[in-house]
Design a binder for this molecule. Sequence first.
Ligand code: UTP
Length: 287
Amino acid sequence: MITKAVLPVAGLGTRFLPATKASPKEMLPILDKPIIQYAVEEVQKVGIKDFIFITGKHKRAIEDHFDKATELEERLIKAGKQELLKKINFFEHLNFAFIRQKEPKGLGDAILCAKPFIHEEAFVVILSDDVMDPDYSVLKDMIDIYEETKSPVIALEEVPFDEVSRYGIIAGKKIREDYYLIEDMIEKPEKSRAPSNLAIIGRYILTPSIFRYLEKLQPGKGGEIQLTDALRALLSETPIYGYKIKCQRYDAGEKFGYLKTIIYFALRDPEISDDFRKFLKEQLSCI
Ligand code: UTP
């Protein structure tokens, strides 16, 4: 059974500067919740209660967000705003641990920081920038594949060939609808060298065997310790499966993707969707 999720949040968020100069991109709001809360809620839906955050400099706000806010609670009670308490106490039955990645040396290095806290069990890794439609449970489908195969599973999405150089790309054999046996993978290939347009996106189920490969790894693309390179090496000892997601994914880690995420959620928010739709129509008719 999978009981732990690792959430690497130590990246510098350079695509979102200057907003991320002193505050974490994971705390940027999508409507009234920060990006990171969507990730925690998604993981929580599959019954996982133990969260390991890999944090870095300027990321204290994430710890505070998942901490109890006693003074705020008292003020809300005094002001007769009890209904707001459940908005800030959504996490009470969950466990959070925070580990500092000493330097942002890459996603692979961030995941290696979780090694002392993961024992023999498989674990989920979730990159909060990749925001999924909450009506689909990508993780549940991935866990089902893990339960069947006892092998690592990574989430895939078909992307336009012009964008392959932004992702890890796989070569694989389709086993069933939306389900691949991975044969090779390459981090951020040029379009001409990409073996497919199936991109690795921010949901993984990993087994502890990945740590042995991460420990040995030299910096790869962009001078970073790349998770894709460790997974590629792991292929020599274990099969790795790919699960092609069926839902919409948004990259909230860059400007346009972030805007699309907000619009997507705003159009589905019962409190504001009607007014927002009207506003959008008005705006579009003016240009
Ligand atoms: P990104 O590739 O999105 O990098 O990292 P980034 O630094 O967050 O953002 P940009 O590209 O500079 O705009 C993917 C995930 O890996 C984490 C990030 O926090 C993000 O969740 N990460 C990346 C780390 O935890 N540590 C690192 O050293 C690098």
